[in-house]
Design a protein around this ligand. Structure first.
Ligand code: P1T
Length: 381
């Protein structure tokens, strides 16, 4: 089956009792058993819920995976993956990544004895030099949030295999429509399903996919033991959102390109970070591992003034000033004070995350309105 057909049908059959074409919201916490431990595969809803199972099957299909687990947030998925590790283990991670992931790694898991090394993964030698006998995991985010760096997935999954290390790719910014890390050798792919997968800014959810049975069994055990599962209503919303993922992503990519080109030509704009530009440092890798370049763009102002960036964000009307991304509506964010505020200033400046950096999640509105909104706001500052 092709991607769009899977997005609409995978994991979903008409309801056996009524023929309902949409998977029902099984709003139940438990299931009646015929005799002790004799049931229809469902014992208690922390472990399994039919609405969630349909969603997990659809998401597994979209990432060409054998297994999927869903979580009550993207951070719930990250948390579960890191719980595969033990005190003393080490992780090598991209130096640019979602601020909440950085916070979980450094403020929660470092206290528990897991060590994280953040490195510019464009620099293969620097990343490989960090590998030692304690290294258990490589954590890749690509495109990175918010600097839009592109990390060569195949390079790092090959390196992981060579050293017997688990490779994880946070595929939130690309979505499975643009990139399938498991096909490129990754052991685990994860998503904040809050973003493109849900697509309508009405639900918080996470997901991970793998085709490694041993890892899946461990991850399913941790999930059931710790309990960060989503409810059936949220599962239904994401299942419904997925049905238009391919249509939305196409529109996000088209609008993203037009906005990136508009910004690049504007005299008040400094740098524009978007992997579709031929002179993006890893454009060739993006072309190889992604099907298109997406609708996420970051840019700075020539003045690099925080005040001017703040005024610009407030002067926009169609773009709303908000955290998050990947919904149908366009958003603007100021990473230094919002999504990445937990990263120390000196660390974020090193990666290019300066005070005037703004991040756009380009939605699927009419492109003329988006460009006009940016034009009028840039004129005001
Ligand atoms: O918000 P949550 O569903 O828990 O997902 C966390 C997360 C994980 N990975 C990436 C790459 C992310 O971007 C996020 C969440 N990011 C935002 C809320 C944001 O505005 O960047």
């Amino acid at each position: 089956m092709k991607f769009g057909t899977k997005a609409i049908h995978a994991g979903q059959e008409p309801d056996p009792t009524t023929g309902a074409i949409m998977t029902p919201i099984y709003q139940t916490s438990t299931y009646v058993q015929e005799a002790p431990a004799k049931h229809k595969g469902y014992a208690y809803a922390r472990g399994k819920n039919p609405t969630r199972v349909a969603l997990e099957s659809c998401l597994a299909a979209l990432e060409n995976a054998d297994y999927c687990l869903c979580f009550s947030s993207g951070m719930g998925a990250v948390d579960t993956i890191i719980k595969l590790l033990s005190p003393g283990d080490e992780v090598i991670a991209t130096d640019d990544l979602y601020g909440g992931t950085y916070r979980l790694f450094t403020k929660v898991f470092e206290k528990m004895g897991i060590r994280f090394h953040f490195v510019d993964m464009h620099n293969f030698a620097a990343a490989e030099a960090l590998i030692n006998s304690k290294t258990r995991m490589i954590w890749i985010e690509t495109p990175t949030n918010p600097m839009m760096k592109i990390i060569d997935i195949e390079h790092y999954t090959a390196l992981s295999k060579k050293h017997g290390i688990i490779s994880v790719v946070d595929n939130t910014f690309a979505s499975p429509y643009l990139q399938n890390p498991l096909d490129l050798g990754a052991d685990i792919v994860m998503h904040s399903a809050t973003k493109y997968l849900g697509g309508h800014s009405d639900v918080v959810m996470g997901a991970l996919m793998t085709s490694n049975k041993e890892l899946y069994d461990q991850l399913a055990f941790i999930t059931n033991s710790c309990g960060p599962v989503p409810g059936p209503q949220d599962s239904f919303l994401v299942l419904r959102g997925l049905k238009t993922l391919h249509l939305r992503m196409k529109a996000h990519c088209e609008n993203g390109k037009a906005v990136a080109e508009f910004l690049r030509a504007h005299p008040k704009v400094g740098k524009v970070y978007w992997p579709g530009f031929a002179d993006h440092p890893n454009h060739d890798v993006a072309k190889r591992q992604m099907r298109d370049f997406g609708g996420m763009i970051s840019f700075t102002l020539k003045s690099d003034s925080f005040e001017q960036a703040s005024e610009l964000a407030q002067a926009l009307h169609v773009f709303s000033l908000a955290e998050s991304l990947g919904g149908v509506e366009s958003l603007v964010g100021h990473p230094a004070s919002m999504t990445h505020a937990s990263i120390p200033r000196e660390e974020r400046i090193k990666t290019g995350l300066v005070d005037s950096l703004l991040r756009l999640s380009v939605g699927v509105e009419d492109i003329e309105d988006l460009i006009e909104d940016l034009r009028q706001a840039l004129e005001k500052v």
